[in-house]
Design a protein around this ligand. Structure first.
Ligand code: UDP
Ligand code: MG
Length: 325
């Protein structure tokens, strides 16, 4: 690692850095070195005091080793190592718990969030914005499927959620100290951060950018994880599923009532046999059974989440840290 020698162990410990950068890391051995040099390249000349906090989310490759080497050679870098993989949102949460700066940036490790944009965000922050989030105007290197899924997701979320979530935003953002403190104080376990960030409010502004493809390695967000994240988002931000269940129940009750009346009239007048037919009975029974199961599922989702909250387990476990006193 050539940069280890270049970086200065002698950099003075700054009690309160202006900028803290949180980087979640899960099996990113291919990108850590380039990420390290890009961050230094961008931040060193322009930001007097900054700290970088890597959160190693239980990587099983050489990530931990590489991160430790960086943190041991430069006091501006620190690393938290989770005891296992707790997920992206937990990693970002842990990083935000550890930041000491006047503002904090959350950025992906794979260079899909260009570090140069951090300087633009800082400028906006100095202008007085408390939350500056990056908004993707183009997504390179993402398949038609991922783009379609994202688009569908934001449309769905926009229609059900009780607050406005800006489209095509990720976790890449800058938050003022106050916002970070408030975010950290939110007690919930289900942490869909971009939703919570929008919920907190304050003066927010978008910075548009073209999202480049991943620098190296594979996405850590396969379809199953995307669906889990999307489900978390919908259930964290709205009670719409419960309301939809209620409406479904009302609608089917109404339909069956009307059908009942029709069948009685039919039996008493023409009696063509349909009211006696067992096919209609089966269809209705199955239909109602299906609706009931869906509604139980929706209630179950909420109960599962309440159960998680009630258990009160920590969101993550830090096995060890490097560069922290
Ligand atoms: N990540 C993490 N824990 C996980 C999955 C991902 O910390 O369980 C990190 C990952 O290392 C990266 C960021 O979250 O820094 C975003 O992941 P990725 O780039 O794979 O997602 P995508 O950009 O494909 O949506
Ligand atoms: Mg990525």
């Amino acid at each position: 690692m050539p940069l280890r020698e270049e970086s200065t162990r002698a950099v003075e410990r700054v009690e309160r850095p202006t900028l803290s950068v949180v980087v979640p890391i899960y099996n990113e051995e291919e990108v850590i070195e380039i990420l390290h040099s890009r961050l230094l390249q961008v931040l060193s000349p322009s930001v007097a005091a900054f700290e970088i906090i890597f959160v190693n989310d239980g990587s099983s490759d050489r990530s931990a080793e590489l991160l430790d080497a960086i943190c041991l050679s430069d006091v501006r870098f620190r690393a938290l190592h989770f005891s296992r993989n707790f997920g992206h949102q937990a990693a970002v949460t842990a990083g935000l718990h550890a930041v000491r700066g006047d503002c904090a940036v959350v950025i992906d490790a794979d260079l899909q969030d260009p570090p140069e944009l951090v300087l633009v965000m800082l400028e906006k922050w100095r202008e007085g914005y408390e939350v500056v989030y990056a908004q993707r105007v183009a997504r390179q290197g993402e398949g038609i499927f991922k783009r379609g899924a994202a688009s569908l997701f934001y449309t769905l979320l926009g229609s059900v959620s009780e607050i406005d979530i800006p489209r095509d935003t990720g976790d890449f953002c800058l938050m003022d100290r106050r916002v970070v403190d408030l975010l950290n104080a939110l007690p919930e376990r289900n942490r869909f951060l971009r939703g919570l960030r929008a919920w907190l409010g304050f003066k927010q502004i978008a910075v548009p950018f073209e999202r480049p493809p991943r620098f190296a390695g594979q996405t850590k967000y396969p379809l199953t994880r995307m669906i889990a994240l999307a489900t978390d988002a919908v259930f964290a931000l709205s009670k719409a599923p419960l309301r939809i269940a209620t409406y479904l129940g009302l609608a089917t009750s109404l339909v069956s009532f009307i059908l009942g009346v029709v069948f009685i009239i039919e039996r008493l007048t023409r009696d063509s046999g349909i009211a006696r037919g067992w096919a209609s009975t089966i269809v209705i029974v199955l239909f109602l059974g299906g609706i009931q199961l869906i509604c139980i599922g929706v209630i179950g989702e909420f109960i599962g989440r309440i159960y998680d909250e009630v258990k009160g387990r920590p969101l993550y476990i830090v096995a060890r840290s490097t560069g922290l006193e």
